[in-house]
Design a protein around this ligand. Structure first.
Ligand code: SAM
Length: 358
């Protein structure tokens, strides 16, 4: 092994032993790691995940409840300026039906994900959350509805929401501004994340890998941010271009690098819930299973009805037809075949590291 290669292996070992790296060390890893380091990180990450969660994979039912969006994220297919997308909003009844179908298939977490849709005032969103809470008292409710005020997050929590996913997207401020036009700002994103955690949500951050303008420095900043913010959940997927966005002709993110980044996050945050994301599955047929092999422990089958085909964030987004009970049973069987167990459980975050996540 060369000196550089040795150093990469040593850095992965250091992280696996529980010592976070510095910005420069992460950058070194992202600049110099090769396939053999990717393999080493994946093996270590799986071992760490086994230690904290065993071979368990938690399922969450993903409900893409609205594709109306006021934002201008330059990467995203449902950005406000994309006039070619047919907009939809599920009714409360449709959403409750999704939960019902999911519940019958063994799902105990429902993730309501949508664009930043002003129609969803606090009153309307809280009313929806309360209905789900009343009908499914034993289930976790996760929201992923973008940036809102602290008061709004508080009301939603009071209405029964348990968790909130809001990816930080990039921890490099210049890169953030390149991906998001004003008035969106890094500062607001960070304020929202801090509010969510302070209010007691199980909070999810995360980023795309290979987004336009991303450098090893940006990824290093992501790792440092994740190490200090310590989210309970981290969503990481490759950037995949969408034809009706300013980034239509940008290359897609590398799946290998995405899985490497996810493995490093597992080493950094041993107790985190890390999904094998839809974008990972969309990038390659074996994306999900490879992500699980590198320490991911969550899968989010899409239980949105057919209208959700309009929730097209990027071209080639997987709509695997997991909506039906039969398909969730098939997914479970495939996971069990691969040596994982799939409990009927909310799959809450558990802090076996002793208070580090507070
Ligand atoms: N509006 C909410 C928000 O911003 O958090 C939730 C919906 S947003 C569409 C969900 C996630 O999709 C984003 O956090 C982003 O990382 C991801 N996403 C959007 N466009 C993407 C693309 N072109 N490639 C990969 N992931 C993408």
């Amino acid at each position: 092994m060369t000196h550089v290669s040795d150093t990469c292996a040593e850095l992965i070992g250091t992280l696996a032993a529980g010592t976070p790296l510095t910005h420069e060390q992460y950058r070194f890893l992202f600049e110099h790691s090769t396939a053999e380091h990717y393999q080493l990180a994946a093996k270590e990450a799986r071992r760490v995940c086994d230690r904290h969660y065993g071979r368990t994979v938690f399922l969450r039912g993903l409900i893409e409840f609205t594709n109306h969006c006021a934002c201008g994220c330059r990467y995203c297919g449902i950005r406000a300026k994309n006039t070619t997308v047919r907009r939809y909003r599920l009714t409360d009844t449709q959403i409750l039906e999704c939960c019902q179908t999911g519940y019958k298939s063994g799902l105990r977490t429902f993730v309501l994900q949508g664009g930043e849709d002003a129609w969803y005032t606090d009153e309307r969103l809280c009313s929806l959350v309360s209905k789900i809470r009343a009908e499914f008292p034993g289930c976790a409710i996760t929201l992923s509805a973008g940036e809102r005020s602290r008061q709004s997050y508080q009301k939603l929590k009071d209405a029964g929401a348990d968790r909130y996913l809001l990816r930080h997207e990039t921890a490099d401020q210049v890169h953030y501004a390149y991906l998001h036009p004003t008035p969106q700002s890094y500062r607001t994103r960070m304020r929202c994340l801090a509010d969510l955690k302070a209010l007691g949500y199980q909070t999810g951050a995360g980023m795309m890998v290979g987004s336009p303008g991303q450098t090893p420095d940006c990824l290093a900043a992501d790792m440092v941010f994740l190490g200090s913010f310590r989210p309970h959940m981290v969503g990481i997927g490759p950037f995949l271009p969408h034809h009706a966005t300013p980034f239509a002709h940008e290359p897609k993110g590398s799946l290998d690098l995405t899985i490497f980044a996810a493995a490093l996050v597992r080493l950094l945050l041993p107790c985190a819930l890390i999904p094998a994301t839809t974008a990972t599955a969309s990038a390659s047929a074996d994306g999900r299973i490879r992500a699980l092999g590198a320490g991911a422990n969550v899968i989010m089958p899409n239980v949105t009805p057919a209208v959700g085909a309009q929730y097209e964030l990027y071209d080639g987004k997987l709509r695997s037809g997991l909506e039906s009970a039969a398909n969730i049973a098939e997914l479970t069987a495939a996971l069990e075949q691969a040596g994982y167990t799939v409990p009927v459980s909310r799959g809450d975050f558990t802090d076996t590291q002793g208070g580090l996540y507070v």
